[in-house]
Design a protein around this ligand. Sequence first.
Ligand code: HEM
Length: 501
Amino acid sequence: MFNILVIAAIVTFLIWYIQYHWKRRKLYAMASKMNGPLTLPFIGNALYFVKSNAGILQSITQLCSDYKSPVRVWIGSKVYVGIWKPSQLEVILNNPHTLGKPDTYEPAKLLLGNGLLTLDVPIWKLRRKTIMPTFNQNILNDYVKVFAEKAEILVDQLKKVAGKGEFNIYDYINRCTLDTFCETSMGVTINAQTTDCEYMKWIGRILKIAPNVLWLYIGPENFIFHWIPDAIEATKLLKKVHDFTDSVVKEKRLEYQRKLEEKQSLYQEDSTKRKSFLEHLIELSETTGENFTDEELRAEVDTFMVAGSDTTASTDSYAFVALALFPEVQNKVYKEVLDILGPDKPVEYKDLGKFVYLERVLKETMRIFPVAAGVARSVTKDVKLENYILPSGSTAVLLLFPLHRDPEIWPDPLRFDPDRFLPDESIKRHPYSWLPFSAGPRNCIGFKYGMMSMKALIATVIRKYEFSTTYKNVEDVELQFDVMVKPVHGFKVSVKLRNAK
Ligand code: HEM
């Protein structure tokens, strides 16, 4: 009897195994036509990525120098196709069958709920269309006052470290950015720069733990996620973050209802009152029939907070490291800001377009130090990619870091030269050569907000402080993959008050 059961189990397994591979035969055939390293049974090329955070980034860079785009990599039973050639990126970023997010984004779903970043394509399309108007230029212009106010507090906070040697400027900028985001996304003041703010600690810790648990989703091992201590801690912290956002959502909804009952639309009541993204979303929800649930509103607000604040804080910090590394660039930015603002006038939205050199510096910073090393998309139908077919069932990984450092596109790629972004130079390149915010219909919805807030912060700070660093050059800034691309040894700079007696 026992023998029969064993034979039945083996036969069932064999039938399942053959069916499984038979269904995937097209995937195997197409993937085998692409370049890629030799694969080991069962684990594929997983060993390439079982490394330290810095090692992972090195492995990706090495793969891209050993092979041409697209490169195929197997991790367990999943095939990932790395792409960094601009013409191929253009195909993927604009194809309707590569708009979805693969299961590598599952941890982000836990973090953020179902917000724009992680939503499945059909719902994402509707949601993106609804949310898009909240990023219009007039709304963003209203936020510049907040950017300027919070940056002035940052100027004040930096007095603590001025003239006292090197420190990690990210710690200061991150607090400033969280202050700005809480005000503009939720309409709440958390004073992260001047008080010991719990919310900031939760977000900081979650982002720190996230890389330790991310890999659990890059394989069939998803089920163990909930048993890992870091994942358990992250879940507890997430609850606190979600409870905080939930309470703000409820409060703002009640406020909206109260105003309606008083028969005053928010606009009629006080057209000069600045509204946060959340307040705009509540209004859209009520007036367009979109009917966002509280949970959906929370997911969108949390998504803005997480997708927006660490990316801008890190890019601002890289920009200060770059200014510290290249004093002649720093001087030019300082002069431009002084010419436009004078010594004390707070930055206003109409000034931002005039910072043309600062804009080139930011673009060159994001080229050399793109905080998002890559973007992943699931392939739901075969897609022709020049001489290859990207098979349905694979994951396209758009490698922005290797793209931005490709010597064929960017000669002498580690030379920091903002003039690469002069219009006459930009026009010579493929438009998909520079993609820090990605591109196509699912690009970063917050890119204008990001550019405006970074310009406002840097202009406000550079006017008061001069930056230096013990990093000697770009190569010296060793990088690692830490959800975002971050320097192994921090964003090390020293600051000195300008005109200090
Ligand atoms: C330097 C700053 C920023 C960088 C480098 C950046 C980069 C990116 C990238 C690479 C993506 C992925 C796009 C894709 O899948 O193809 C993305 C998506 C997104 N970003 Fe940003 N981002 C920045 C700032 C912001 C800000 C300020 C906000 C919000 C206020 C924001 C909100 C989002 C959202 C909601 C998505 C998902 C869009 C969608 O799937 O429709 N980001 N961002």
